[in-house]
Design a protein around this ligand. Structure first.
Ligand SMILES: [Zn+2]
Length: 463
């Protein structure tokens, strides 16, 4: 099981690992070589694994150079391959084992990131890279290199295993540079220490001890501040800092916190978080906290609590962006009503007749976010009903159809996403090429990849 977890850890969230372990569904199957070795993999369709030729769909001719994340994938695969090797030695003897070494060696040299699912020409890729060089691109929600796991205490079960896999910020930052990303949110995870798996998903499995949420926040923010001051990225606190990062060619980093748990219902802590460099708080995550209810559990408050209203007003006053992803509809609507500034739903998608998911939001809520002073919704590349980057392009267009081109931004949840179909920033030009190829005009792409987010960031910081 540990070996499987190592493979899953390439991109899996604890929730994904839980899905894989408890439902027999996961990326481990994706890298099972077939007898000829090297061309087939598996994709998912409605929860059913379907054998499919995917190496060509990974667009190797236009794949950016080997990146840190891909190296990480290689290492994970190596562990898995060696596990298989041992079994084959026992079961079938040395000849088969040598074949396994060959297959493993091939795959280590030919990493398999999430499939692309469409072809692009070198000219299309050049056009996409040019667009990225001329316009800021910003990821509104991400955990680059998973800093939040570093030093986390009192973890349980699979979440403990997940944390033990460690951090890899340098590799992800190298991917940002390779893909031409201007800046990303570097998000702490406020409720991480309380999380575990229950049923099919991730949830808080215990309460915080007194003071624990604040201590955990300070630990994570300390690590994130050290990272932003290390010289690997340019720290971002103001609108001008985004421009400076773009001009410098070094990826920018702005701090956010996923989950308002660390506030412990105290709106005065918003100012302290702002002083720490935090520029956005996702009010809820996987734990009903003092501010309101989560979207993936039974409601306790049935609204944004009074403390939640006070926190939203404190965020408005100081210039911090309110993020309603993960909030129940009643809590999110309460935040929208309480806010005098535009709000964000940083990584979401809209429920539809054909595809329901507990993390998707209603069309009413999506429109309310967009209509609150021009808020934004982050297109989220989770592998829910989609299996490749092409599916993410589809999903992006769906979101634009729902709320309009002025209200969609990027929210990748990089490095902690659920079955990600966009799993390396190095593929950002490929995603942009996909949008252009499908008919999105360059000024529209520019809005989507960064312009809309910057408009909202500016509105939130203005007094
Ligand atoms: Zn996240």
């Amino acid at each position: 099981m540990v070996v499987v977890l190592l493979v899953l850890a390439r991109t899996a969230t604890p929730a994904e690992m839980a899905f894989a372990v408890f439902r027999g569904n996961g990326r481990a199957a994706n890298i099972e070589p077939d007898s000829t070795g090297l061309e087939s993999c598996e994709t998912y369709s409605g929860g059913v694994r379907v054998a499919d030729k995917c190496s060509s769909r990974s667009a190797p001719d236009v794949q950016p150079q080997l990146t840190g994340s891909q190296n990480d994938w290689n290492r994970n695969f190596q562990g898995f391959a060696m596990g298989r090797l041992t079994r084959r030695l026992v079961l079938a003897g040395g000849g088969v084992a040598l074949a396994a070494v060959g297959v493993g060696g091939y795959l280590i040299k030919h990493p398999r990131p999430a499939p692309i699912g469409f072809d692009i020409t070198p000219e299309e890729l050049v056009r996409a890279r040019a667009l990225l060089s001329h316009h800021p691109s910003i990821d509104a929600h991400a955990h680059p290199g998973r800093t939040f796991v570093d030093g986390a205490e009192n973890l349980s079960g699979l979440v403990w295993v997940y944390a033990k896999l460690g951090t890899f910020e340098k590799r992800t930052i190298a991917d940002m540079q390779a893909g031409g990303l201007t800046a990303a949110a570097f998000a702490a995870v406020s409720d991480f220490q309380t999380l575990g798996t229950a049923g099919e998903g991730l949830t808080a499995v215990r309460n915080f001890a007194p003071g624990e949420a604040w201590t955990s926040y300070k630990r994570q923010i300390g690590k994130l501040q050290a990272l932003t001051e290390s010289g690997l990225v340019r720290p971002i606190k103001t609108l001008a800092d985004f421009q400076a990062a773009k001009a410098s060619g070094k990826p920018g980093a702005f701090l956010t916190v996923e989950g308002g748990d660390f506030l412990e219902g105290k709106p005065e802590r918003v100012a302290e978080a702002y002083a720490d460099g935090v520029r956005s708080i996702t009010l809820m995550h996987y734990r009903n906290n003092e501010l309101g209810d989560i979207i993936t559990g039974a409601p306790v408050h049935g609204k944004l609590s009074d403390a939640g209203v006070a926190v939203v007003k404190a965020m408005n006053a100081i210039g911090m962006l309110v993020d309603v992803a993960h909030a129940s509809e009643a809590t999110a609507m309460g935040a929208i009503r309480a806010s005098s500034k535009p709000v964000m739903a940083s990584h979401v998608h809209v429920q539809s007749e054909k595809l329901h998911h507990p993390r998707f939001i209603s069309l009413d809520l999506a429109k309310a976010v967009a209509e609150t002073g021009g808020g934004v919704l982050g297109a989220w590349p989770a592998g829910i009903g989609i299996v490749d980057l092409n599916g993410f392009v589809d999903r992006t267009f769906e979101l634009v159809d729902h709320v309009g081109i002025d209200h969609v931004c990027l929210g990748t949840d990089m490095d902690a996403n659920y079955k990600p179909v966009f799993d390396t920033y190095a593929n950002l030009p490929v995603y942009v090429a996909g949008l252009l190829k499908r008919g999105m005009r360059e000024p529209e792409v520019a809005k989507l990849i960064g312009g809309n987010f910057l408009r909202v960031f500016a509105a939130v910081q203005s007094t």
